[in-house]
Design a protein around this ligand. Structure first.
Ligand code: C2E
Ligand code: MG
Ligand code: MG
Length: 316
């Protein structure tokens, strides 16, 4: 308990063995450190044992980290935009911005492979700023292209780091101002896990962001450990049902019951519910009948480049 704030410390442990024949303390620490990085890479809060093959893995990781640093400096990251559709009308409500990294040697690298590394190294601040600035700027371009598109929104994923960092409100404001975008057109997505594990530290920021006028959405809802009492008090606008529930949705099954419960919860709390990962017409129909307001998924629209998204809007 530090100055009234609950801080949580986690531990990752790396272990090595004298049987590797060390001749100096430095070597022992180096290998234990390597194993500790492995423990972190495997999800933290655990231990890992050193084995000689790990050196190569860690060297690769360090290389990837410096590549990401360069990609950020050279503006080599891009954004894909996935349509979000109002299920009752088929109208496009907006897009979710998803970061893309085309590595010069390794090709496309999935966000799940570099976002955790960006969080660990602190590069996430630069990455989130890049996404915020480009997504807001692109949305303003769409708003100006066609009056019919002037109410589109853009959703940006923030990381757990961002939502507890002191500067986040200023950074979001800077992106809005630079683009000339009204706050209500920006939706910030925070995963349920990121919010709930940092609730004490995040609440003031969430309230300040809400006061600024941006919308807040809880992503991957249903996979974290929400306390319903605390969820009800969170200053958020919408819940995004995790795609795992949508994937296994069928008439009358357990997933349908969970989705129905989330819809009921959302409507009781006055929060919109968005379903993600809609891959079939059947899923879209069922969610619409259940009263889910917005949907996103390959069936409704894949993540597109900005130019493709413009063409998609024209056709839509
Ligand atoms: P998310 O925020 O839940 O984003 C949705 C992910 O589901 C995207 O994967 C999207 O391409 C994928 N998806 C969309 N429709 C479907 C579908 O119908 N079926 C299936 N199976 N998948 C679908 P992507 O782009 O690989 O991103 C993965 C995750 O990485 C995102 O999950 C988000 O948590 C994170 N991420 C992506 N971009 C950013 C970013 O700019 N910043 C941060 N902090 N995280 C990001
Ligand atoms: Mg998201
Ligand atoms: Mg999600």
């Amino acid at each position: 308990d530090v100055a009234g704030q609950a801080l949580y410390a986690g531990v990752s442990i790396g272990i090595t063995f004298s049987r590797f024949g060390y001749t100096s303390p430095d070597e022992v620490l180096r290998d234990a450190d390597t194993a500790m990085y492995q423990a972190k890479a495997l999800g933290k809060g655990r231990y890992a044992l050193f084995e000689p093959g790990l050196h190569a893995a860690v060297t690769q990781r360090v290389q990837l980290e410096s590549d990401l640093r360069r990609a950020l400096a050279d503006s080599a990251l891009t954004l894909a935009y996935q349509p979000q559709i109002e299920l009752a009308t088929g109208r496009a409500g907006g897009f979710e911005a998803l970061v893309r990294w085309q590595h010069p040697q390794q090709g496309a690298i999935r966000p799940e492979a570099f976002i955790p590394m960006a969080e660990e190294t602190g590069l996430i601040t630069l990455l989130s700023d890049f996404v915020l600035h480009s997504a807001c700027a692109q949305l303003v371009r769409w708003h100006r292209m066609n009056p019919a598109w002037a109410e589109l929104t853009v959703s940006v994923n923030l990381s757990g780091h961002d939502i507890i960092s002191r500067g986040v409100v200023g950074r979001v404001t800077a992106a809005l101002t630079a683009a000339g975008l009204a706050p209500r057109h920006l939706v910030l997505e925070l995963t349920e896990d990121a919010v709930m594990t940092r609730l004490d530290a995040a609440t003031a920021n969430l309230q300040a962001l809400r006061a600024l006028g941006v919308q807040l959405s809880v992503d991957d809802f249903g996979t974290g450990y929400s306390s319903l009492a605390r969820l009800a008090r969170l200053p958020i606008d919408s819940l995004k049902i995790d795609r795992s529930f949508v994937h296994d949705l069928a008439e009358g099954n357990l997933e349908a019951a969970v989705v129905q419960a989330v819809l009921t919860l959302g409507s009781a709390l006055g929060k919109q519910v968005v379903a993600e990962g809609i891959e079939t017409l059947g899923q879209a129909d069922q969610l619409r009948r259940m009263g889910c307001s917005f949907g996103q998924g390959f069936h409704l629209g894949r993540p597109l480049s900005a130019a493709e998204a413009t063409a998609w809007l024209v056709k839509h």
